[in-house]
Design a protein around this ligand. Structure first.
Ligand code: N01
Length: 539
């Protein structure tokens, strides 16, 4: 392994700079430093490794993908020896896993923590990226890998008067490291997405009174965490982990199951109800959406059979019919699916009040709490679970200048343009992990797969004397078209959510994912490799 070289007193020369040390960045550091022997430095503005699992420490935070596929595949000893305590582990356990990986593979010595990369500029004269950190340190790296997170640029809407509020305001995705005592307090949660429903369910029994400030209800299916991890998967992992992960990567969403090929209306009503009930009892949001029937996300009629079933569940669970109606969504079941155990049961508690802030909008904060149109809610703590400037947000926080002085902010002004979630034309030697137009899947295994893909490209370039690799504008354009067409064929394009950028005021509505599934993604990306990287310029 090469040591860090210093070409001038204040610029550190690197082969590879890795930005972010969540699942993706940690693996990239391991791959490029430990496996390929390159000179690598990683950066993270957090105080330790973990990415999203470092920051999201809110009560109830847990993964909603089965643990067997929410992990790395590269370390076979760890794959076989690591024992998850639950089907869907809580945040401390996932963070402990990432800490174990960092320690075992000696990754921390190459990471600058509490260090934000603020500027990246392509240098044509000696091809590579000039990087500057917030504390003014400068680096020059031939390649940059950005593992900056799909959902990590926090969205905190501005409300007037928040500075006058005498209580505490907490962002769920920047939950304090110190203990937060909510016992007996009057607490509001703003937002009812994946984060909100987890926080709400976790804190309802503990707080004095909980006000749920809901703008748009969503469909929430049980997680089924009472079930153990599937025996079959655990056995397969022990017997042949490579085959287990290969099989999973060759599904659509990489959630541990094969997506259904049966249209919802091709079976009788009774059979459809039976399958929905079975999926409901078994739990898992993605399984309810994709393992039951093949067309819930593409056919309005099929989708309605699922939404009718879920609305019936809400009405039969929530005792107050008026509250039940407030909880019933009336749009398509076509956002990132939510899954939490005992969510709707929360609304049967006498210390929980649901406030419809679409009908009764938040006017702002007061000294004592939050004022809605109909009156003031007195509060001790307000928790924001208001989501993220997803997919593009963190990339755009780095002032990035590519070839010919082109700014990434300008290139993406009307929505992102990128190739396969990994590369951007005009921005050579810059790789993203799970960037725009990546497949819509669970993440860790796909992060690994993408890092392996572009690491092979780097090896290929270096072996052939190439100093730069860059996707062509035509290849990028063709990929974006596939994604735009693919998304347009789904109901995701017809709902509002972070998936298409509509959760952030002023953000352009855009398709940002490859919706044709991981198995097809692998085929397309492998074809590029087999063609000698057609569509990439290597110079
Ligand atoms: O964010 P969201 P999230 N006034 O955007 C509301 C992953 N994740 O952090 O729908 C009032 O889904 C907003 O209302 P509306 C997962 O991929 C995974 O919950 O815009 N409300 C909505 O209710 C997930 O999909 C896990 O009308 C406002 C909520 O805030 C993704 O992260 C756990 C508002 C935001 O929901 C994002 O989930 C957590 C305003 N001004 C997260 N602005 C796992 O389980 C926004 N809202 C692994």
């Amino acid at each position: 392994m090469t040591e860090i070289a210093h070409s001038s007193p204040d610029v550190t020369e690197l082969d590879v700079a890795v930005i972010g040390t969540g699942f993706g960045g940690l693996y990239a550091l391991h791959k490029f430093r430990n496996e390929l022997g390159l000179n690598v430095q990683a950066f993270d503005d957090a105080g330790d490794v973990g990415g999203t699992w470092y920051w999201n420490r809110y009560p109830g935070c847990r993964v909603d993908t089965e643990a067997t596929v929410y992990c790395y595949s590269f370390d076979k000893d760890l794959v076989r020896s690591w024992k998850w305590s639950e089907r869907y582990p809580q945040q401390p356990e996932v963070l402990a896993y990432l800490n174990t990986v960092a320690t075992k593979h000696d990754l921390r010595r190459s990471i600058n923590f509490n260090t934000r990369v603020v500027n990246a500029e392509w240098d044509e004269t000696s091809p590579g990226w000039k990087l500057t950190t917030a504390d003014g340190r400068r680096y020059k790296a031939q390649f940059v890998v950005e593992g900056v997170g799909l959902l990590s640029s926090t969205n905190i809407p501005k409300f007037t008067g928040s500075e006058t509020f005498k209580g505490e305001i907490i962002s769920a995705s920047r939950w304090p490291q110190r203990p937060v005592d909510l016992k007996g307090k009057r607490v509001a949660v703003i937002g009812t997405g994946s984060t909100g429903v987890q926080v709400i369910t976790a804190i309802a029994p503990e707080v004095g009174h909980l006000y749920v400030l809901q703008r748009t209800p969503q469909y929430v299916v049980p997680l089924g965490n009472q079930h153990p991890l599937p025996e079959k998967a655990l056995r397969a992992i022990q017997e042949d982990p490579d085959e287990f992960f290969r099989w999973n990567l060759n599904t659509g969403a990489v959630f541990g199951f094969q997506e259904s090929t049966i249209p919802a209306l091709s079976v009788s009503d009774a059979e459809r109800q039976r399958l929905y009930q079975q999926a409901w009892d078994r739990g898992n949001g993605f399984a309810f959406m994709l393992e039951t029937f093949s067309d819930l996300t593409t056919s309005e009629e099929a989708n309605k059979t699922a939404t009718d079933f879920m609305r019936d569940k809400i009405r039969s669970t929530v005792k107050d019919p008026q509250v039940a109606e407030m909880l019933c969504p009336n749009d398509f079941y076509a956002k990132r699916p939510l899954a939490t155990d005992n969510y709707y049961e929360v609304y049967n508690r006498s210390n929980v009040t649901l406030v419809d802030v679409k009908a009764d909008p938040i006017q702002g904060f007061t000294e004592r709490g939050i004022r809605t149109t109909s009156g003031e809610i007195e509060l001790d703590v307000v928790i924001f679970a208001t989501g993220f400037d997803a997919v593009t947000g963190n990339y755009l926080k780095i002032d990035t200048t590519g070839r010919d002085g082109q700014k990434l902010q300008d290139k993406w002004r009307n929505g992102p343009s990128a190739f396969a979630g990994v590369a951007i034309s005009g921005f050579p030697n810059l790789f993203m992990i799970y960037g725009p137009f990546c497949p819509f899947t669970s993440q860790p295994l796909v992060h690994e797969w993408q890092v392996n893909w572009f690491a092979d490209l780097v090896v290929h370039a270096r072996a052939t004397g190439g100093k730069t690799v860059e996707v062509s504008p035509e290849t990028e354009k063709a990929w974006v078209k596939v994604c735009v067409d693919g998304a347009a064929a789904t109901l995701f394009a017809r709902t509002d959510s972070w998936i298409n950028g509509t959760n952030i005021p002023g953000k352009p509505r855009a398709a940002m994912f490859y919706m044709n599934g991981m198995a097809n993604y692998i085929k397309e990306m492998s074809q590029i490799v087999n063609s000698g990287y057609a569509g990439f310029g290597i110079g």
